[in-house]
Design a protein around this ligand. Structure first.
Ligand SMILES: Nc1ncnc2c1ncn2[C@@H]1O[C@H](COP(=O)(O)OP(=O)(O)OP(=O)(O)O)[C@@H](O)[C@H]1O
Length: 371
């Protein structure tokens, strides 16, 4: 949890009390905890990504509790992501980009290339923010998550842009973020009205004199791995621009990183929204409920998982039910008046923790373990 009573938690720990100790696999950060410390716990997932695991890092919580701050950092309208600096408040996304490219540079023999796609899910519609940023009127910017006959999840025509450095990554994200839907509410003056999903797809570039031993040491690509149950494999929709027909390309997807800044759950009475904003709130709450339903169905190991009840869960299908590593950051308010939302948020986290995962499809064989 990001906004907890951090000081009290630390005091209790100093006194050796166990009362506030979080359950295993859970970290608690107070409001004064630095972004660097938070990222310290996230960072090992980037190594998993390079090892071939799909990874999702998701911020969930009440409106105005710090999801965007945690994922992106403090931002202004002009500067959606603050400039890099040793003591800056950069969030998970720019730090993850820096770590990703550091790890890629450390081991060039893997020939990993990174493509980025950025979407927002607004009123249960998926909008391709990279297409929007480039004014792609021809294909429009509305997209749809589909399930193929072989049970793979695909998003046809989704734009993917190659990025060659952390700077490229952050600049592309910052450009798209300007287009994200926002609104001033009674709770938060700059409330996000959509779920933001940044996907970095890692593919292998063509071998440049790689030895047969190198080739053998590599695991089979995700596209070549069997989909487990009804869970989808990796989507391979390519950017329509500049690569006509490229969607058919069977590429070697190594792994995917999804960074998700969810819209805030909110009670309309508290946020004071009316009219079209109330409709947005209703879509936000419904899609978050659909997300909780999916986690509930997965934790109870039901035969049918209702991914298709919302575009959000359909889009995230691979990282919710697939063999991926999912990290949920719960952002909660320390205010007494928000206690009902805080409890709901913790309930969501408890549900996510109950989901048992199968053996992750990337990396070397790992024991079954809970999320
Ligand atoms: N740990 C923190 N330290 C300092 N400021 C913070 C922290 N967390 C959040 N804030 C500030 O609180 C305000 C609300 O945070 P943020 O925009 O991240 O909320 P949110 O959960 O994304 O809201 P919404 O769901 O409405 O978009 C911002 O001005 C942000 O800079």
């Amino acid at each position: 949890s990001r906004w907890g009573d951090g000081q009290r938690h630390r005091e209790e720990r100093r006194r050796g009390s166990e009362t506030l100790e979080p359950p295993s696999g859970t970290g608690v950060y107070g409001p004064e905890e630095s972004q660097q410390v938070v990222f310290g716990d996230v960072c090992p997932l980037l190594t998993s990504l390079i090892d071939g695991y799909n990874v999702c890092i998701m911020a969930y919580g009440q409106t105005g509790c710090g999801k965007s701050y945690t994922m992106l950092g403090p931002h202004s309208k002009e500067e959606r992501i603050p400039p890099w600096g040793p003591h800056s408040d950069l969030g998970i996304m720019p730090r993850a980009a820096a770590e990703l490219f550091r790890l890629i540079a450390e081991n060039p023999s893997r020939r990993l290339q990174v493509d980025l796609s950025i979407v927002e899910v607004y009123n249960n519609n998926i909008f391709d923010l990279l297409a929007k940023a480039r004014g792609m009127a021809a294909s429009g910017c509305r997209r749809e998550a589909l399930t193929t006959k072989d049970a793979r999840r695909e998003v046809p025509l989704l734009t993917r842009e190659p990025v060659h450095s952390a700077e490229d990554f952050v600049a592309l994200a910052a450009g798209s973020l300007r287009l994200r839907a926002e609104l001033a509410t009674l709770v938060h003056a700059r409330s996000s009205r959509s779920h933001l999903i940044i996907t970095a797809t890692l593919t292998r570039g063509p071998a440049a004199g790689g030895s047969p031993a190198d080739q053998q040491a590599e695991r089979p690509p995700l596209e070549g791995r069997p989909a487990s149950g009804s869970r989808g494999g990796a989507s391979c929709g390519r950017a329509p621009a500049g690569s006509p027909g490229a969607q058919q390309l069977k590429e070697q997807v190594h792994a995917k990183l999804q960074l998700v800044d969810l819209a805030g759950s909110e009670c309309a009475g508290v946020s004071g929204v009316t009219g079209s904003a109330l409709r947005e709130t209703s879509f936000i709450n419904r899609s978050l409920a659909a997300l909780a339903d999916v986690l509930g169905a997965l934790s109870e190991r039901r035969g049918h998982i209702p991914y298709r009840n919302s575009q959000l869960t359909h889009f995230l299908q691979d990282v919710l039910g697939g063999d991926a590593k999912l990290l949920v950051m719960l952002c909660v308010s320390p205010c007494r008046k928000h206690v009902a939302e805080t409890l709901r948020c913790l309930g969501f986290g408890a549900r996510a923790k109950q989901v048992q995962r199968g053996q992750a499809s990337g990396g070397s064989p790992a024991p079954r373990k809970p999320r």
